[in-house]
Design a protein around this ligand. Structure first.
Ligand SMILES: Cc1ncc(COP(=O)(O)O)c(C=O)c1O
Length: 444
């Protein structure tokens, strides 16, 4: 019987060859850090609904779903038609469009804190702009973030994300405090010591899309403390926006931040981001009838592809569907079934572990027993979750691909509204094969 690695080579010969070419073109042979798979990544050709296919003709149930962007699945017919229509009418009109107002109206209607909206080209740009706005609005410089919380790859919020990156100036690193999630005292201590904090930012369901969960109680505590101290509270809803509920995590938990950053689902599968929130903060970008104020306080924000017509067409169409159809409920029902199925497999193979996650996100912690609380939030402490050796997830990624399932990093499954019972049951059967293979190799 072949090992996981041998089977991976047998199933993916064309991908292995393509990777040789890619290695000569790209550093590390890939175009995104999380697309790295050892010994080589699978090269994908196309997708439809919950499925995608690779260059060797293998079919996968897809849980990467465009790094979380495809809540509507691959190639939703209405989104595809809107993009094709706009592509024939111009991909960049270099001016204002009705598409961008339709897109922003969808954001405003669904996201409780979105009084005004500014589009960017990515989530990274959205958090960058949110910080600049918070600094301009408060006249302060520093920011508090949380261990492992990811807000894009720019310098200003990369501290505290594993693995560390080089190339960030010390002066920038010194503007960031990294606090302990779910521990309001750790935030209060910093605020008591330093009056120069402009903003607190977090992923509202927890670091890495909810992998290391945040309790809803902590969101309420943060809201209270930041309001008291005049600090801007930023929810980074790049993943959770329109996914955790159609109004994001803030609607699910009833906590209104001052600013919200969004991307992924927002763009309907095309590049796009936004910062939205209190009008008086967003209006720092607007010109006033006061040249002196404009010169001293205004926040600049150009950007060639801000609200570009293709993303606006895809995004406004996608948000319309999210608003009018029960897509969140469908994706959530599939996620519930998946969590249950994965937990049953771990039980039946006698592997301690937990499948968890809120609404449409599912994570596995093989080897780590645990439970969820009354809010459905996993209570396994962060250090225990982090203690699973990376080799386990590397093997899990390969073993799941061998079984026709593609998830992020071997542990994160993001659902779309096109994942039905059939795909979920197929995934659970694939997970059983993968886990049994990992067991055989002594990994779990
Ligand atoms: C919570 C969060 N914020 C920001 C980003 C950065 O978004 P983008 O990759 O669009 O720059 C990501 C990307 O995964 C994310 O997960």
């Amino acid at each position: 019987m072949s090992t996981i690695q041998e089977r991976y080579h047998q199933l993916h010969p064309t991908s292995a060859r393509k990777f040789e070419e890619a290695r000569r073109l790209f550093p590390g042979g890939v175009t995104h850090d999380t697309r790295r798979v050892t010994p080589f990544p699978v090269f994908m050709t196309h997708g439809a609904g919950p499925l995608k296919w690779d260059v060797d003709g293998n079919e996968y149930v897809d849980y990467v779903v465009g790094h979380g962007a495809l809540l509507l699945g691959h190639s939703h017919p209405k989104v595809t038609a809107a993009v094709a229509h706009q592509a024939g009418r111009g991909t960049h009109l270099g001016g204002s469009t009705e598409l961008e107002t339709a897109w922003a109206s969808g954001v405003q209607r669904m996201v409780p804190s979105a009084e005004k909206v500014r589009f960017t080209s990515s989530g990274t740009e959205a958090t960058l702009m949110a910080l600049r706005l918070a600094r301009a609005y408060t006249g302060r410089n520093k920011v508090i973030k949380f261990e492992d919380h990811f807000h894009g790859w720019h310098d200003y919020l990369i501290k505290g994300v594993q693995p560390n990156t080089s190339g960030v100036p010390d002066a920038v690193v010194d503007t960031v405090y990294v606090a302990e999630p779910n521990n309001i005292a750790s935030v209060e201590r910093i605020l008591a010591q330093d009056p120069d904090v402009a903003a607190v930012i977090l992923e509202p369901t927890g670091a890495h899309m909810g992998l290391y969960p945040v309790f809803p109680r902590f969101l309420r505590e943060l809201r209270e403390v930041t309001s008291r101290q005049g600090v801007v509270l930023i929810f980074d809803e790049v993943v959770t926006g329109f996914r955790t509920s159609n109004g994001g995590a803030q609607a699910l938990y009833g906590v209104k931040p001052d600013l919200t950053t969004m991307a992924k689902v927002l763009g309907g599968g095309l590049p796009g981001g936004a910062v939205a929130g209190k009008a008086e903060i967003l209006d720092m970008i607007g010109h006033r009838d006061d040249p002196e104020w404009n010169a001293r306080h205004r926040v600049n924000h150009p950007g060639t592809f801000n609200a570009n017509p293709l993303s606006a067409a895809a995004g406004s169409t996608a948000l319309g569907i999210v608003e009018q159809e029960p897509v969140n409920a469908r994706a959530e029902a599939a996620a519930r079934r998946l969590r249950q199925g994965l937990n049953e497999v771990m039980r039946s193979l006698e592997v301690p572990g937990l499948a968890y996650g809120v609404t449409t996100c599912v994570f596995i912690a093989p080897g780590v027993p645990g439970e969820v609380d009354a809010d459905g939030v996993c209570t396994i402490p962060h250090d225990k979750l982090r203690s699973v050796p990376p080799a386990v997830f590397a093997a899990s990624k390969r073993a799941l691909l061998n079984a026709g399932v593609d998830c992020m990093g071997g542990r994160t499954f993001l659902l779309s509204c096109t994942h039905g019972e059939q795909e979920v049951d197929r995934t659970v059967a694939g997970f059983e094969q993968a886990l049994a293979a990992m067991q055989q190799e002594g990994l779990v």
